[in-house]
Design a protein. Structure first.
Length: 277
């Protein structure tokens, strides 16, 4: 194995699978899988595993610790490192690849924040994150060695941005703030002892209750229902936190109906059961 002759440098906030796509393009490889195979990685699964990044560091000349910082490594409790905190695996979504066409046009790399499962919008441009090509309908993936062009030849950066309501931007900003693990004055005292991951899920559960969600109480089910459903749940959940305790009475009147089902650990359910009753 020899170092790549044509190499790139990672950008601040860039994800590991996105970096692999850009590097494969720079090295003029036929597919990203070709680069991943040389480095002994699985694309994009290596970003949420403990795969050895030493071969990739040798190929690209990027220190292993820098590459490691671009990955969502597993940590204690079955959670994964993400944007300075640790969240459940189901709060990280790698498929389909989600992109802001304006960001891609401006910077040309894949941002880690787009892999947050509830993310439906770009906070920089207040536009919808796109997941499929409008020309061929293909969902964006990680195999084609280009972040800005669909395999059919259509330009992703030429997509017209779809502006979304300010309420969605505000709610998503709140979820990112929770993800950071920072102390937030608008979090109800009853929920301040939640971990960031449990608080995120508690917020989404509150949104499900308020909106009358009748699907399975799982992140994957919510995301599969479409961006409109995710938007409504995010906005209702964030508003519920900001309007606490007034919103608590509304939630109590609505009631949380079984099943109390969500993948992974469920301490947030105990919090909500105790708080809402």
């Amino acid at each position: 194995m020899c170092p790549l002759r044509l190499r790139i440098r990672p950008e601040s906030g860039e994800s590991l699978p996105g970096f692999l796509v850009r590097q494969a393009e720079r090295a003029r490889l036929r597919s990203v899988s070709e680069l991943a195979a040389i480095a002994g990685l699985r694309q994009p699964s290596s970003t949420v595993s403990n795969d050895d990044l030493t071969p990739l560091a040798f190929l690209t000349g990027i220190p292993s610790d820098r590459l490691d910082a671009m990955a969502y490594r597993p940590v204690d409790g079955g959670r994964h490192r993400y944007l300075g905190s640790a969240i459940d695996r189901d709060l990280i979504a790698l498929r389909p690849r989600r992109v802001c066409p304006v960001c891609l046009k401006e910077t040309g790399f894949h941002r880690m924040e787009w892999d947050f499962a509830p993310a439906t919008a770009c906070l920089r441009h207040h536009c919808r994150l796109e997941t499929s090509c409008p020309l061929c309908g293909r969902r964006f993936g990680w195999e084609h060695p280009s972040l800005t062009e669909c395999p059919c030849g259509a330009s992703i950066t030429a997509l017209l941005p779809r502006i979304i309501p300010d309420a969605v931007v505000s709610a998503l900003s709140d979820l990112y703030a929770i993800t950071s693990g920072a102390s937030l004055p608008w979090i109800p005292p009853e929920l301040t002892d939640c971990t960031p991951s449990d608080l995120l899920k508690a917020t989404l559960m509150i949104g499900m209750v308020v909106t009358g969600w009748n699907g399975r109480h799982r992140v994957a089910s919510m995301v599969a229902a479409g961006v409109e459903a995710v938007d409504a749940i995010m906005v209702a959940g964030a508003n519920g936190l900001h309007r606490w305790p007034a919103s608590l009475e509304e939630i109590r009147r609505t009631g949380i109906r079984p099943p109390w089902v969500w993948a992974g650990s469920a301490p947030y359910l105990l919090h909500l059961r105790r708080v809402i009753g």
